[in-house]
Design a protein around this ligand. Sequence first.
Ligand code: FMN
Length: 201
Amino acid sequence: MNTLDAIQQRRATKQFDTQHVMTLDEKKALLNIALQNAPSAFNLQHWRPVLIEDRTQREKIRQAAWGQPQVTDASMLIVLCGDLSSWQSQAKNIWGQASEPVQQYLLPAIDQYYRDKEQVQRDEVMRSSGIFAQTLMLAAKAQGYDSCPMDGFDFDAVGEIINKPANYQIALMVAIGKGIGEHYPRIGKLPFDEVVKIDRF
Ligand SMILES: Cc1cc2nc3c(=O)[nH]c(=O)nc-3n(C[C@H](O)[C@H](O)[C@H](O)COP(=O)(O)O)c2cc1C
């Protein structure tokens, strides 16, 4: 499947085939496509997907997601978190293989960009996670799977269920599997000229 087909055929899937199974290796391989290829600011890879394999965990999360069936019925579910402190904990680790001049330029730049800026730290997690999620959903589509991005859940409750540490932020969940049933037609797309501005607002 080419990229345009994957983009155009991806739909937010509400009904999944409960009998369809993805092996753990298949799930890891799919995740790895996004982990290795999605862009992130300063290459900091803020995303920290939590793969929910346990049935009881899935049931609990479904309850915290207003009973949405995708949570339990999809073959694969991730709670996509991000590490708010990756700018501090990972910068050296990630850029350690770069040349000395690159490190000397980048490491202070990263520090200056994030330090004491909680809003920036959170925004970056959300930006990176959104791009990660879309990369994952398109990769899934290219492999014949359907997906649903989700933020219809109680973030605090899901945070508790997965034992989320304080320096992590949940961005969204993504359910992946084999869709069943028909999609609603794509409706309500805003007119181009209402959305796109040229040069300035
Ligand atoms: C951040 C985000 C959160 C969403 N949350 C949910 C959700 O909780 N449940 C759901 O069924 N769909 C959810 N959706 C799917 C949207 O409703 C869907 O993407 C939108 O209606 C456009 O449809 P399409 O993706 O099929 O083109 C979410 C989408 C995004 C991007």
